[in-house]
Design a protein around this ligand. Structure first.
Ligand code: IFM
Length: 721
């Protein structure tokens, strides 16, 4: 398979999309795939994981590091970069097998042609290290000036964050110390350049090299450096300097090779092979590249923001996307990363308990948009109205109760897949029990009914706010009670001491009653489950008709006045997600009927939606119906066509949940992978245009290989070194 994607011509306005498409990352930092010469108006950025800051009244968001990949060139004192004019030739590539970004650009003038090329990587071997190699070549003699260094003018959505930035040049090593005064965070960037002559100027982090470039002689500049923050170490400056001091002329190739070796190890387990469908194969593996580039392999308590490490969109926050859409990929290919996602939530428990209290509930109410340690970043006014330009009240923060059940789902999945029960004693059980207590405190029993209800919620379909008895939420609450009971049972055997807690006995009673008595909407006479009380009475309008009502294309469809709110049009899979998760409790006809009913009424306005439809279609054994939904999710990153606006708020970037969702359709849907009695099993249903499907995965510390062809399928254990 070809692991390279490219742009073969120059488009001066494509920098926003290219930044995502050509992104390189290693879980610690994500470097947008913009050109060397781009400054902050073209959104270059080095996004750091898990470090946040806030400027005055604006939203808290992650800190971007000063950009060490900045270079521009003058030839005979004419600026070549940045090019306002179309270059003679331009090619930009991402080798997504090895996480290497490269570009080649040529300019033509009356004297001849000048060519530049560069390539860069961030190390998969040591997440703090980055490197770049930059070359110039001309077919006539010319004078070249190269301006290159650490650009302190950082692109931010709600910045500038740094209140103090200083530079030092210590024996050819540039040290940048950037301090964000509000959060007292420090980001250190070091850089060491290797070139044939010395810099003639050094100004604010940028060096100037002059040289006479002889015709047909190539000159090359390589640089490497390190990034550390005050989150990583008490002395990030020393750490970065120590690493960078050790670099010499050969280090670029050496570090690049070490990084490539780690990428190869990762691909050994995660590469998938779809025989007979090159488009799907490339898109899927490219999506996995993105999941690998943002995986927190370096830390054991970090999760992944909804837009990965592609920018500060959605405040760099963690959503239910991590547990419900991404987790399985890491469980199957790198359980250590899966554990990090789970540990992050366990460590966030104290703040989730505080949030529940703040709203008058018990237990743990997890943040809808979670930052470090579980800080709730979701605001009450999360959308800006396009007409009034005023912030619009949304109820994501206070009413998306289903978030706590996602954490429970994640922990249970982790335990069932790895059989690592220790996590239960180390906070996992407490987390699940606190989440179950949260749902207990939401239950209301109408006087005349023998059922408990959950009122005033926002389900996965965010367009209909403050509804009662959302099927997804109620079912996930029920699942939470069951999980809490299961986990208490496990504790009984696993850690009898912990179990000897009198309060637990009371809770067992309450969870059991809640599990039995919570109201779960049943299919009606047509086999359809009502998404929430009263949904069936809403206006039944077609998606096209609804779209024709838009006055502004960026209008927000939900909330009090949104065009969808009083209609049956929903934003994303809701009942469909519920049925996918609990498919084995429902008859195939019910799955199919609900798929057909809701799909025509779904905008798929979230990149989380298509994969759930794809999965559900596999559950009722219709892989050809599932296929376009799978492809839509798998192609989200490669096509870069995701939604960019919610009202006036920019929401573009990468979409790891869609990538994780596509992987789920592939592995759990088309291959039908499931686990029973401690063993993996498959129940394949391939789309008709596929000849075969091959992949590996880990389960309970063992490595397996699946091969499925039209007439034969097998799953076998292989050596796990
Ligand atoms: O978590 C999702 C949510 O379901 C829909 N809006 C975007 C969020 C982040 O992906």
């Amino acid at each position: 398979m070809n692991f390279v994607i490219s742009n073969t011509s120059f488009h001066k306005d494509s920098y926003l999309d290219d930044g995502n498409k050509f992104l390189i990352g290693n879980g610690y930092m994500g470097v947008r795939g913009t050109l060397d010469e781009y400054r902050k108006d073209k959104f270059p950025s080095v996004n750091l994981a898990g470090i946040y800051d806030k400027v005055s009244d604006s939203w808290r968001e992650p800190l971007n590091a000063p950009n060490p990949f900045y270079t521009y060139i003058e030839v005979d004192t004419n600026k070549c970069f940045p090019s306002e004019e179309t270059p003679f030739n331009h090619k930009q590539e991402l080798n997504f097998r090895h996480g290497i970004f490269s570009r080649k650009t040529s300019w033509k003038n009356e004297k001849g042609l000048i060519h530049f090329k560069s390539e860069r990587f961030v190390s998969m071997n040591n997440c703090h290290i980055y490197g770049c190699k930059f070359s110039a070549f001309s077919n006539y003699d010319c004078n070249l000036s190269i301006y290159t260094g650490i650009d302190k003018d950082v692109w931010d959505i709600n910045g500038p964050h740094y209140t103090k930035i200083s530079f030092k040049d210590i024996d050819n090593l540039v040290l940048c110390n950037a301090y964000a005064g509000n959060s007292h965070k420090t980001v250190i960037v070091t850089r060491k350049d290797f070139f044939l002559n010395e810099a003639c100027e050094f100004n604010d982090g940028i060096k100037k090299f002059n040289l006479h470039l002889k015709a047909f002689e190539e000159v090359t500049l390589t640089y490497l450096g390190a990034i550390f923050t005050s989150n990583d170490s008490l002395n990030p400056e020393d750490e970065a300097i120590n690493i960078t001091c050790g670099f010499n002329e050969n280090s670029y190739e050496i570090e690049k090779k070490k990084s490539i070796d780690v990428w190869e190890e990762l691909w050994d387990i995660c590469e998938v092979n779809i025989d007979g469908d090159e488009k799907a194969n490339i898109s899927m593996n490219y999506s996995l590249y993105h999941l690998n580039s943002i995986a927190p392999r370096h830390k054991d308590n970090l999760s992944i923001p909804a837009r990965g490490l592609s920018g500060q969109v959605y405040k760099g926050a963690i959503f239910w996307d991590s547990e419900m859409f991404m987790l399985d990929y890491y469980l199957y290919t790198n359980p250590k990363v899966a554990k990090s996602l789970i540990e992050y939530r366990i460590e966030s428990l104290p703040l989730a308990i505080l949030k529940a209290k703040e709203y008058g509930h018990s237990g743990a109410f997890y943040p809808w948009e979670s930052q470090e340690g579980g800080i709730e970043a979701c605001t009450y006014y999360n959308v800006i109205d396009v007409f009034t330009k005023r912030p619009q009240r949304t109820y994501f923060r206070d009413k998306q109760y289903h978030i706590s059940s996602a954490i429970v789902y994640g922990i249970m999945k982790y335990i069932n897949h790895t059989l690592d029960y220790d996590i239960l004693i180390n906070g996992g059980a407490e987390t699940i029990i606190e989440c179950a207590k949260f749902y207990l405190s939401l239950l209301l029993k109408p006087f005349y009914k023998d059922k408990y209800e959950i009122l005033d919620v926002v389900g996965p379909d965010e367009y209909h706010e403050r509804v009662n008895n959302n099927a997804y939420t109620n079912k996930m609450a029920k699942y939470t009670f069951k999980s809490a009971l299961e986990c208490i049972e496990i504790l009984k055997n696993y850690s009898p001491k912990l179990y000897e807690n009198k309060k637990l006995n009371e809770l067992i009673k309450d969870f059991t009653t809640a599990y039995e008595k919570i109201y779960i909407p049943c299919p009606d006479d047509n086999g359809i489950i009502e998404q929430f009380d009263g949904y069936f009475k809403l206006e039944d309008v077609s998606l096209d008709n609804l779209k024709s009502r838009l006055i502004d294309p960026r209008e927000y469809w939900g909330g009090a006045y949104g065009i969808a709110s009083q209609t049956k049009i929903i934003k994303q899979a809701d009942v469909v997600t519920m049925l996918e998760i609990f498919h084995d409790e429902y008859d195939e006809n019910i799955l199919k009927n609900n798929f057909n009913y809701y799909e025509t009424r779904t905008e798929h306005g979230s990149s989380l939606s298509a994969c759930m439809h794809g999965l559900l279609a596999c559950r009722f054994n219709e892989p050809n119906i599932a296929y376009p939904f799978f492809l839509k999710s798998a192609e989200t990153e490669i096509k870069g066509k995701g939604k960019k606006w919610a009202g006036l708020i920019y929401i573009g970037g990468t979409h790891p949940a869609a990538s994780g969702g596509a992987y789920k359709v592939l592995v759990q849907g088309f291959a039908g992978l499931y686990f029973k009695d401690g063993k993996p099993k498959i129940k394949p249903c391939l789309p008709e245009n596929w000849n075969g499907l091959y992949f590996k995965f880990l389960y309970n510390n063992k490595k397996y290989q699946v091969s499925i062809t039209k007439n034969h399928s097998k799953i076998e254990e292989i050596y796990h070194g």
